[in-house]
Ligand binder design. Structure first.
Ligand SMILES: Nc1ncnc2c1ncn2[C@@H]1O[C@H](COP(=O)(O)OP(=O)(O)OP(=O)(O)O)[C@@H](O)[C@H]1O
Ligand SMILES: CC(C)(CO)[C@@H](O)C(=O)[O-]
Ligand code: BAL
Length: 290
């Protein structure tokens, strides 16, 4: 008989209501929050691993937030896999899973929301109007309900991370925001809950996103114009792939403001891309130092 190589961890406490959360709060100590929409994968595991050791309790929230989805987006078909998510949380040593229903998070009409300002109108905000506002509003609610000392977000969603950092600064929220590097599969595709939508051919086409970012990164000594043209060349080929890659945007932006950097920019920048493969919209980015 083979002995288990790792000791099983205790299953997390699952809470669904504000009252249950409030009961746990006094004994939680310093609290780390990892907000998610579930369908947990290696990217989420990376966030949880980063959170462990930074706090007494790690809370993972699982909530598919209707407010950040547009009317023609994938809210209804978004993967919901609570049982396997709980198993992942147990393996990763999560203490508490907060999995509220929509009524708990939105008990009435949402008349007051958190507006992201100009940063929320560009790139993701242009192609997903209301997305950043929906994210900031639900993240504020999660912060108020869970009252974390520190919260972890993925750099894969770089603009989301930037607007959340800006919100906590502008609204004086006493929470440290930590960005965690993007986790990729062996073929380079950033892990994402939406990757389950991709068929094998679509997945092959989708690799053009990470290849374009890599081409841009390889050209970083040539400056912004060279970076963008190297990345664009890869995406141009992918437009004629089967199935084709349909690009929403490719941009080289300031990591804090998400405005385009100038042609002579030096210092930090993020090369960001968003594109459709079939019915699936994917985003990815790479941080660069020019
Ligand atoms: N590959 C990844 N590497 C690092 N962090 C990630 C990765 N994928 C997701 N995250 C982070 O996990 C958190 C929860 O994200 P979410 O549950 O929306 O997963 P997702 O895979 O980004 O989903 P989607 O496919 O809907 O974009 C966010 O902070 C997100 O940036
Ligand atoms: C931060 C978040 C949990 C808010 O719904 C979501 O946008 C996500 O999973 O990245
Ligand atoms: N991963 C960010 C959440 C969203 O795309 O709606």
């Amino acid at each position: 008989m083979t002995e288990p190589t790792t000791s099983p961890r205790t299953a997390p406490v699952v809470v669904r209501t504000r009252e249950e959360l409030a009961e746990l709060r006094p004994s939680a100590g310093r609290t780390a929050l990892v907000p998610t929409m579930g369908a947990l994968h290696s990217g989420h595991r990376g966030l949880i691993a980063a959170a462990r050791g930074r706090a007494d309790s790690v809370v993972v929230s699982i909530f598919v937030n209707p407010l950040q989805f547009g009317p023609n987006e994938d809210y209804d078909r978004y993967p919901r896999t609570l049982d396997s998510d709980l198993a992942v949380c147990a393996e990763e040593g999560v203490d508490v899973v907060f999995a509220p229903d929509v009524e708990t998070m939105y008990p009435g009409p949402q008349t007051v929301t958190v507006h992201p300002g100009e940063m929320g109108a560009v790139l993701e905000g242009e192609f997903r109007p209301g997305f950043c506002e929906g994210v900031l509003t639900v993240v504020s609610k999660l912060f108020n309900l869970i009252r974390p000392d520190i919260a972890f977000f993925g750099q894969k969603d770089a603009q989301q991370l930037a607007v959340i950092r800006r919100m906590t600064r502008d609204l004086c929220m006493p929470i440290t925001i930590v960005g965690v590097p993007t986790v990729r599969d062996a073929d380079g595709l950033a892990t994402s809950s939406r990757n389950v939508y991709l068929g094998p051919q679509e997945r092959r086409s989708a690799l053009a996103l990470s290849r374009a970012l890599l081409a841009g990164a390889d050209a970083s000594v040539t400056g912004p114009v060279g970076i963008l043209s190297a990345a664009r060349a890869v995406l141009k080929e992918a437009v004629t792939a089967t199935p084709p890659v349909v690009v929403d945007y490719l941009a080289l932006v300031d990591p804090e403001t998400f405005t385009d950097v100038s042609a002579d920019h030096r210092g930090e920048a993020v090369l960001v891309v968003a594109a459709w493969v079939g019915e699936t919209r994917l985003i990815d980015n790479v941080p660069l130092t020019l």
